[in-house]
Design a binder for this molecule. Structure first.
Ligand SMILES: [Zn+2]
Length: 127
């Protein structure tokens, strides 16, 4: 998964930050979807790699995230808005895992460990 994330980072569009990020999502169904950060001169229009991968997953017909592998130049973790977006499609906060490379291989954490107080769609009444 981490090598697929690194592969995806080669397709990033990051001319302003030079910080290319790639993500590979493994779904509950065993499918893999990749994404990369896409920057914009209007910085607020920039989208992170995690959310492009989630958009690819959703438009590809899948919707439950088992694992998110992230590759950045400095072994970074997903930002807060991406963790919230992952939560929307997580199996649950304990089962869905986030993986980043480390000096000794990789580090894996649950979504709950990274962000224990995310909003949950279970808290919202659906109409
Ligand atoms: Zn992000």
């Amino acid at each position: 998964m981490l090598s697929l994330a690194e592969q995806a980072s080669n397709r990033a569009y990051a001319p302003y930050s030079n910080y290319s990020v790639g993500v590979a999502i493994l779904t509950e169904n065993g499918e893999v979807f990749q994404g990369a950060n896409i920057e914009n001169i209007s910085y607020g229009a920039t989208i992170c790699a995690e959310r492009t991968a989630i958009a690819n997953m959703r438009t590809g017909g899948d919707h439950r995230i088992h694992t998110v592998a992230v590759h950045t130049p400095d072994h970074g973790w997903p930002c807060g808005i991406c963790l919230q977006t992952i939560a929307e499609f997580a199996i649950d906060a304990d089962s869905t895992r986030i993986v980043v490379p480390s000096e000794n291989g990789f580090i894996e954490r649950s979504l709950r460990e990274l962000a224990p107080y995310l909003w949950s769609s279970a808290l919202v009444k659906k109409k």
